[in-house]
Ligand binder design. Sequence first.
Ligand code: SF4
Length: 403
Amino acid sequence: MLDPFGDKAKRLVKEEFGGITELLSIIPSYVGIEQALERVSWVKSGEVPRDVLDMGDVQDLLTFYALLGALAFSPYGIEMELVKEANSKIYSERLRRAGRISGTAVELRTVREGDIPPRDRTILERTHHHELPPDERERLRLRYKVHLGKFLELWEGSLKEVYLRKGHAYLTTEQALRLWEKSFEKNFERAVNLLYEVRDELPGYYLQLYERLGEIAREYFKERLERMGSAEAQPLRFELFPPCVKIALGGVPSGLRNYAITVLLTSFLSYARLCPSPSRRDVRIRDCVSDLSVVEKEILPVIIEAGNRCSPPLFEDQPHEVKNIWYHLGFGLTDRPTLEDSGNSTWYFPPNCSKIRANAPQLCKPDRHCRNIKNPLTYYLRRLYIVGRKGKEEENVEGGGDG
Ligand code: SF4
């Protein structure tokens, strides 16, 4: 398989297995946990094993989707980074070996005679420089073209690096591979986001696989984790919150108050601060902290202040609503909870975007980061991940880096 998100893979998933849900339900019977892990366990060596490269299409799809299913438990964690990095290498290595990039999710077409005026070719490919060795000549050759719209959607480099003509971008093999990598990354995130919605329905197999991935990822990213501390729970980054949460924080009119403050803000802030990637839905606050000080000092005051910014102020108007906040945090209906009370009621998980749009459409004012996002918490985790990755890239430029 040359691209697990290409047309061939899509056809296989649909025609052979009946769709993604069906595929995920049969995978545990066909793919052992160790077998799925073979796709990532080589990363430290930097070299993709030959049997992984030579895997047949169906086996490739099953083992790849086994890993995707496991990531539904924690999108944007180090497990995702590990799986994405390893699999991007596997597929790009296969594309290199194939010698031709085709059948991928990026609609690349081969450049034909006459597409590029000879004068431009002479300059760009340096065709008159007969002293150039053949591999250098090959490196300069513009072999692929892609529609400009698709290109701009994916390309992160400078436009000056690329030859643009009549609505197309013309690319060398390396540039085409870079574009494919971006497309892989986007499709990968999209798939993990979609699976996040169905994670409660996934067989226990995926949770086991996720835990094993965590072990490999912690080992692989050891240096970074030691330098930066765990990405699990960390102080809130308000600037990375989704628009709906920012609107709730600013205070809302009376008809929206209870939903914005008690349902959305309380669940979002508590999970984002205490347990950003819960591996199960019935997690309790006492599973994540050893005392209530973070809740009392960092979460509750933010909720109370946002409530007081509402018109009329929520907690002045309805003082008993504080009990309801504790109830939504899982402590039962109380205003003097202890850690042991955690679990007396359900710790409400942030509602999905579709629910927010249905119940409080005024809160959903999507920005560009909301694309493909299904839950405000994944929006936040994604932005944290991107900011963290940028930090890592800067560190690498300065000579640091790991993995
Ligand atoms: S799309 Fe989702 S995350 Fe974005 S503003 Fe709407 S509800 Fe919030």
